[in-house]
Design a protein around this ligand. Structure first.
Ligand code: ADP
Length: 628
């Protein structure tokens, strides 16, 4: 029977062999699903079954067309079956697109999927209604053959073109994400289908060869990607991916927890350090002064630790940002040397600053973070040196609009053993613990410094001789935005010294400070007292808003996070009001929030200035002098 059919219709031999090919795949596929291992992928099964039907239709159709069955009914059946070759080809191709999709992460997948299904429905509708509408083609019998209808190309070939191009697009887009075997197998299948359909066009549709080539493609996929070992590999890979995601989520949660914890710790720290500052200023008793100085040192160390932990957690959560802004290099160096000079004097060490004063002064960079790096190094140098000298050396080389800065911190301290040098820059890693145990530290400073510098495009290196001393070198390039040298700037502005900063006398002014924490109010009041201005404090945010509406102030300080009404909400109401006694008054936010980019965020919101908690007296002085 089959032989007779073949003898009569030699043209369908390709389709017949294709049926055998697909049948083998289906048999293997079924056998696999009986075993214990993983079966085949759903879209693969869909491809195999619809491919099989496609082939069968391609065999039945010419046979049916040549048969003696005639009449309206049989004519309609003939046209329907013949036209459904298109439909089954499209279903098979679309199943391949779905198959490809689960290897890729294309973000418009969902709506592309809807579009593709809509195209399939449109073409299927055209085919099914064709016996009546003749939109796709009209069949005039074995002698006259076909004439094309108005939707012939749209319903017959357009879907295949769209699926083919989309499959190629998905493949190329995700190329890097595939492992080698996926690359080869998927490309092999795509090429097979393109080759088959091109050949079919080449033979002018006389030989139907696309389905045969599609079944070769199925074979390739089956042997390469539907084997048990590969499917196990895929599921192991996706389990690993899930595990990685949940580990990341846990680490993020930890970082967020640490960030909010350190905010909570900084609030009382503000009060402790501030009140201590008041004791330092006001006490006349020698003994109390010594205690208060010790408290200041420990308090500041604690604050450094909190800040380091916060920075590390921000860095791990990917939230530490480098923000470039204008800054005076001389000011950065003066602030650092001022602190170091104080610390070295207390430890009876010498301090030497070697500065190339011809360096450009006005630069573009992230001053707070750069300062933090040098602060860590200078702080370590003092910590790990018991006698001798700390040298801070800043040189640089001008290169067009940039300057390559090289900063060196050298000490004559305990030094580092060569074996310990590689681990120096790791989180929480402290070295030579036997000897350094009595020295306070967390092992975070150097690792943080290195990370910050890397983010800035800089480098840090160390050279050390055990028991003799160490040299830490920082290299960083900054953009120059003004040609004035440090020497010139200093001649004009003088050297920076926090002690010489005082609030200018503003006796006739009135300041309002709003904070829900009573201690913080006391501290702010004490810091602002030397200005001679009248300081009004308010703990209740709603009452504060009433005050602002009715009385004029020259400067308003607001805490942000308060019960009932936030500082930001108060500020917005005052600034948005049509008129008001304080419409023009500068409003400064005072907050312990420090999850990154706070200052910029608050200024954008509409505040005129920003003071971080724990409040430093010199920062407050700077704000008052700027605004009043
Ligand atoms: P720590 O908080 O312990 O000082 P760091 O990350 O700043 O943490 O430093 C890591 C370790 O490197 C320190 O514990 C110390 O052993 C060593 N170290 C850092 N700087 C020096 C230095 N200038 N001299 C000797 N050892 C140092």
């Amino acid at each position: 029977m089959l032989l007779e059919l073949l003898k009569e219709n030699v043209k369908i031999s390709y389709e017949i062999s294709s049926i055998f090919f697909t049948l083998i795949i289906i048999i293997f596929m079924r056998m696999k699903s009986w075993g214990k291992g993983k079966g085949t992928t759903k879209s693969f099964r869909c491809m195999a079954y619809s491919g099989m039907i496609w082939n069968i239709v391609e065999v039945i159709s010419p046979t049916l067309l040549r048969s003696d069955l005639n009449g309206t009914f049989w004519d309609a059946v003939k046209i329907l079956i013949d036209g459904s070759q298109f439909t089954w080809g499209h279903v098979t191709l679309l199943a391949f697109v779905f198959y490809l999709e689960h290897y890729t992460s294309y973000k418009h997948k969902t709506w592309m999927r809807q579009l593709n299904v809509a195209i399939l429905l449109f073409s299927t509708f055209a085919v099914v209604s064709n016996p009546v509408t003749h939109w796709v083609f009209t069949y005039w019998g074995p002698v006259l053959g076909y004439t094309k209808g108005p939707l012939y190309l749209w319903a017959g070939y357009m879907p295949a073109m769209v699926y083919g191009v989309y499959a190629l697009f998905l493949y190329i887009r995700n190329f890097r994400g595939f492992i080698l075997r996926e690359k080869i197998a998927l490309l092999g299948t795509i090429l097979m289908v393109f080759l088959g359909s091109s050949l079919q066009v080449f033979f002018n549709g006389q030989i139907k060869i696309t389905a045969l080539f599609a079944s070769y493609g199925l074979f390739i996929l089956y042997l390469a990607l539907e084997t048990s070992d590969y499917l196990n590999l895929v599921s192991a890979r996706s389990e690993l991916e899930e595990a990685r995601e949940s580990a990341n989520a846990a680490s993020q949660a930890k970082s967020i927890f640490i960030a909010s914890m350190s905010h909570e710790i900084r609030t009382p720290m503000n009060a402790i350090l501030g009140i201590n500052e008041m004791i330092l200023k006001e006490t006349k008793e020698e003994k109390t002064l010594v205690y208060a100085k010790d408290m200041k040192t420990s308090g500041e160390t604690l604050l450094t630790i909190i800040n380091d932990v916060l920075d590390i957690s921000k860095m791990e959560a990917g939230r530490l940002e480098i923000r470039d802004d204008k800054y005076h290099l001389s000011q950065l160096i003066d602030e650092l040397s001022y602190e170091t000079r104080e610390a070295t004097t207390a430890k009876r060490l010498d301090f030497e600053l070697n500065l190339d004063e011809s360096l450009p002064d006005l630069l573009l960079g992230d001053k707070p973070h750069l300062q933090q790096v040098f602060h860590n190094l200078l702080d370590n140098a003092v910590k790990y040196t018991n006698r001798g000298k700390i040298t801070f050396d800043i040189q640089g080389e001008r290169d067009g609009e940039f300057v390559h800065l090289v900063g060196r911190v050298e000490d004559t301290g305990v030094g580092i053993k060569p074996n310990d040098i590689p681990t120096l820059f790791q989180n929480f890693h402290r070295v030579d613990l036997e000897r350094n145990r009595s020295i306070e530290g967390t092992g975070l400073g150097l690792s943080l410094s290195k990370k910050i510098l890397t983010l800035m495009g800089g480098r840090i290196s160390v050279a050390s001789q055990y028991e003799i001393g160490s040299i830490f070198t920082v290299e960083i390039t900054q953009k120059v935005i003004g040609d004035q040298s440090i020497y010139d700037y200093r001649k004009e502005a003088g050297e920076y010294n926090p002690l010489t900063r005082k609030i200018e006398n503003v006796e006739d002014k009135r300041f309002l400070v709003v904070d829900d924490n009573e201690m913080n109010l006391k501290v702010a009041k004490a810091f602002l007292a030397s200005s001679g201005a009248e300081i009004i404090t308010e703990q209740d945010s709603v009452k504060a808003l009433e005050l602002i509406k009715t009385e004029h102030f020259d400067l308003i300080f607001l805490d942000d996070l308060m019960p009932r009404l936030n500082g930001s909400a108060i500020m917005t109401r005052v600034k948005r009001a049509e008129s008001g006694v304080n419409k023009e008054t500068p409003i400064i936010v005072m907050t312990a929030n420090s999850t990154g980019g706070e200052e910029e965020k608050y200024l954008e919101m509409g505040f005129d200035g920003y003071v971080a908690k724990p409040v430093k007296e010199d920062k407050l002085v700077e704000v008052v002098n700027r605004f009043v």
